[in-house]
Write a protein that binds this ligand. Structure first.
Ligand code: GUN
Length: 296
């Protein structure tokens, strides 16, 4: 069997950013609109710092104004909520993102509920989760599953009837991913740490999305020949001071001999997540100003 095609998230994200940049230039020219994204980072988690830096840099590159708010790990819940309420009122801010995970002492659900659903570019507010669940238009869709779906559809535009397996049931990836695939008329199974016969469930899937944070859990012989494999895992393997190696949730070298297409780690899902965040920010800014949303 031929080796799987690589689903190049870096290239697809660049294409999306280029389209967004020209849309942003048009909004500036024709509507004098400058979309803005506020990014809130609490504490000093090294991975979160890298993500936030990438997000703010890419905002500036496409023409979105970014407002970074860095707070100490011991910030009071009430002070964090006050910041978010201020951002909800700020007309320069069209999108608000609170980087997760938050420190253990913070009530995450209360923080996410405080974000104005119309500015919730992460799509984590229950109003947006509910819209996605109910199939009501107008949801801001979580960025990682949105990026995964775009990668899948870049390879197979019509998904109706295909069997999809979502491995992992987080609010950030697994649950919204299942809803998106269901809306595409897939037959969706959700698997997790309590699933009996995980390899067997995987082997039945035409589309396999792995989002469990377990390095190389999914082996080559768990994959149906010809399946599309989307690897959301970014597991840092410390190797004694050298640059940490990144491993996905899928044993890549094994899987690429069986799948028809697979995302690499890094360079697969990660870049798409950030590009979809920029897209959600443009959508939120258009809606706030009663302007037509981008069609892509
Ligand atoms: N932490 C891990 N993934 C995400 C994400 O998509 N958004 C935010 N805000 N935090 C995260």
């Amino acid at each position: 069997m031929a080796e799987a095609a690589l689903l190049d998230g870096k290239a697809l994200a660049t294409k999306l950013r280029t389209a967004l940049a020209s849309e942003l230039a048009r909004l500036r020219r024709e509507a004098r609109l400058a979309p803005g994204l506020a990014v809130v980072l609490v504490g000093d988690d090294p991975a979160s710092q890298i993500y936030v830096r990438t997000k703010t840099r890419q905002c500036e590159e496409v023409g979105i104004k970014s407002f970074a708010h860095r707070l100490p790990a011991d910030v009071r819940q009430e002070d964090l909520l006050t910041l978010i309420r201020g951002l909800n009122r700020d007309p320069r801010v069209h999108g608000i993102l609170v980087q997760l995970p938050l420190p253990a002492a913070i009530d995450e659900a209360e923080v996410l509920a405080a974000v104005d659903p119309d500015k919730d570019v992460d799509g984590f507010h229950v109003v947006n989760a509910g819209r996605l669940f109910a199939g009501i238009s107008g949801a801001l869709v979580p960025c990682t599953p949105q990026g995964c779906l775009r990668l899948i559809k870049s390879r197979v535009p019509k998904l109706a009837g295909l069997k999809a397996l979502v491995l992992g049931r987080s609010n950030i990836v697994g649950k919204p991913m299942a809803m998106l695939l269901l809306a595409e008329h897939c037959t969706v199974t959700m698997a997790h740490s309590h699933t009996f016969d995980l390899p067997g469930e995987c082997r039945a899937a035409d589309i396999l999305v792995a989002a469990v944070g377990r390095p190389e859990l999914v082996r080559g012989d768990w994959i149906k020949p010809g399946a599309i494999v989307i690897d959301v895992g970014i597991n840092r393997l410390d190797n004694g001071g050298e640059k940490a190696k990144l491993l996905g949730d899928v044993a890549f070298e094994e899987a690429r001999r069986v799948a028809s297409a697979i995302t690499p780690v890094p360079g697969g899902v990660g870049p798409m997540t950030v590009a979809c965040l920029l897209r959600n920010t443009v959508i939120a800014a258009c809606r706030a100003n009663d302007l037509e949303e981008p069609a892509f």
